[in-house]
Design a protein around this ligand. Structure first.
Ligand SMILES: [Zn+2]
Length: 123
């Protein structure tokens, strides 16, 4: 872990999420920081099941959170949790679908930088 952070500060080639993002939208935005110069970049999200309770706790304590806003924030957090827990689905495809874009999974699997799920399964 210490080594990864070192890499991050030297070359901006990695973005490491060491906590669960509160929504897919913020995850996507944060991930984008890795590839701003259009060179290949790697995004690593470290996720543990207990991260979700941390996000819920944070949302509960949020100042001025109205019921409706809380519910919406919870839905977003749940989607992010589901995204982290994907076991076989392509992460690129899932992310792009979330934003209403279609993406051929093969482009991930056979591209230069496949996601972890595409790497481990045979299409
Ligand atoms: Zn993939």
């Amino acid at each position: 872990m210490g080594f990864s952070i070192l890499l991050l500060s030297f070359c901006q080639r990695f973005v490491i999420h060491n906590t669960l993002s509160k929504s897919i939208e913020s995850y996507y935005q944060e991930s984008g920081r890795a590839g701003r110069d259009n060179l290949p970049a790697v995004c690593i999200a470290l996720y543990q099941k207990k991260d979700f309770s941390r996000v819920v706790c944070m949302l509960r304590n949020g100042q001025g959170y109205k019921k409706e806003r809380f519910k919406r924030a919870m839905d977003q957090a749940k989607k992010m949790q589901q995204y982290c827990e994907l076991k076989v689905e392509c992460r690129r495809q899932t992310l792009l679908q979330h934003f209403g874009e279609s993406f051929d999974r093969k482009a991930c699997k056979y591209g230069s930088n496949p996601c972890d799920n595409c790497l481990k399964i045979a299409l």
